[in-house]
Design a protein around this ligand. Sequence first.
Ligand code: G1P
Ligand code: ZN
Length: 548
Amino acid sequence: MSVASVRTQPFAGQRPGTSGLRKKVTVFQQPHYLENFVQALFDILPSQVGEFSGATLVLGGDGRFHNRVAVQTILRMAAANGWGRVLVGQGGWLSTPAASAVIRRHRAFGGIILSASHNPGGPDGDFGIKYNIGNGGPAPEKITEAIYARSQTIDVYRSLDGVADLDLSQPGRFELEGMAVEVIDPVADYAELMESLFDFDAMRAWFAAGHRMRFDAMSAICGPYARAILEGQLGAPAGTVVNGEPLEDFGGHHPDPNPAHAQELMAAMAAADAPDFGAASDGDADRNMVLGRDFVVTPSDSLAVMAAHATLVPGYRAGLAGIARSMPTSCAADAVARALGIECHETPTGWKFFGNLLDAGRATLCGEESYGTGSSHVREKDGLWAVLFWLNLQAATGQSVEQLVRAHWTRFGRHYYSRHDWEGIPTDRADALMAELRGRLPSLVGQTLDGLHLAQADDFAYTDPVDGSLSSRQGVRLLIDGGARVVFRLSGTGTEGATLRVYLERYEAEPARHNLPVQQVLAPLIALADQVAGIRRHGGLDAPAVIT
Ligand code: G1P
Ligand code: ZN
């Protein structure tokens, strides 16, 4: 075994997006592609974060196709670059929230997570890699930009020659060129953390009383975690977790827990014999969807309901320091924060913007409209954690999901909400649409279009209150009198063409109007969005591909 320096050349486009570097598997399979990115990361860490020689790195992924190959490559490179120890999940598996928990618990220097989240997997699907820092959260932009810059000049990477793949199928310990490799149970640390936060006795009693639940792991990494906790520790009947076996191609499905992609679960929850509680998580287990019997909870409402009831959950009994939501997420949480007299932060899209607020103790719960909810317990959103939170609320109150949400609307008003995704727009056309829209903003302020008065029209910019860093161009917003909003932004996680996301929100205080069809309530805003942005004209499309 020997350390080898391998000559290489930069690849264009290795800039991490909203959540790491995501590309087609076939792109990652090109010789040196993954190696360049990993070496660029190792090269910039000493100046951006600190010396890692002898330090601990956490490594794991969502088990998608190419995970097994990539883990072995990274282990060899870590050894050749002087890391002291790597904690790697058994089988190369770690869900994203579990990776965050392991980094924090073992005080690791950082971690590498292999995932393309909710994007489809398999040989023709997507793959991804991202770096998380010592707080367990995604690296901030300063670091991801430095990785990108380095990737554009890289000419050599270090790895080991003549090393066979390690057998990661069982917990154990290896040594690679002086570096320790510890294969850990991917579930244990995470399960212990959950037990420290939730009232497991009350939840066991809820199941013992005959309540039923269906958790759809969508053939992705959350299966082993959900089985161990729900069926193992909480005594839910076997079969509560469905699609619980992680598959490299997610069974050919799109592992995204929303009404459009979790159709099997939607159907089961609408059936006559539906269980009390339905839930799903995504490819890397950081997203969640919660459902009552024939009742969908929007992620924005979910965050607000959780915040309003947080003190019913042992881990949050002392109350919340604050709430944070991404800008396009509905303002439902803001209403709760006002009632609780706590801060509510509005950040750009992407979990990395919550890290500083959580570290500084200025937020306890965070959420995004994209089926992401989490708290200060880790520095990632956490799908199963959110599901356990809702389970704890049902056990503590004796109320159903629907009762909890309807009571919430009566108290705070309802924030009708929907997101329309226009997928597969040629990148140049999407860029032209956004440029034209940005150009129109100054003339839109103060205008009344079809009876909607635009009080404000701008491009969202965020100054981090903790470190003062500025992130601009984070999404175009039209703010309408009465609390309605339309937001436009381009996705930063796709791997083909551009996706325009249009976020629509309208507030309704009157309980008599809390039961209307969502798209109908939002119809005037949908029309306004197309009128102002010319989506059909620019995009050459007739309708959004996905409506959630
Ligand atoms: C999407 C979501 C965003 C989330 C990210 C990672 O990013 O919109 O809220 O943080 O996935 O899960 P986007 O594709 O919109 O850039
Ligand atoms: Zn995810």
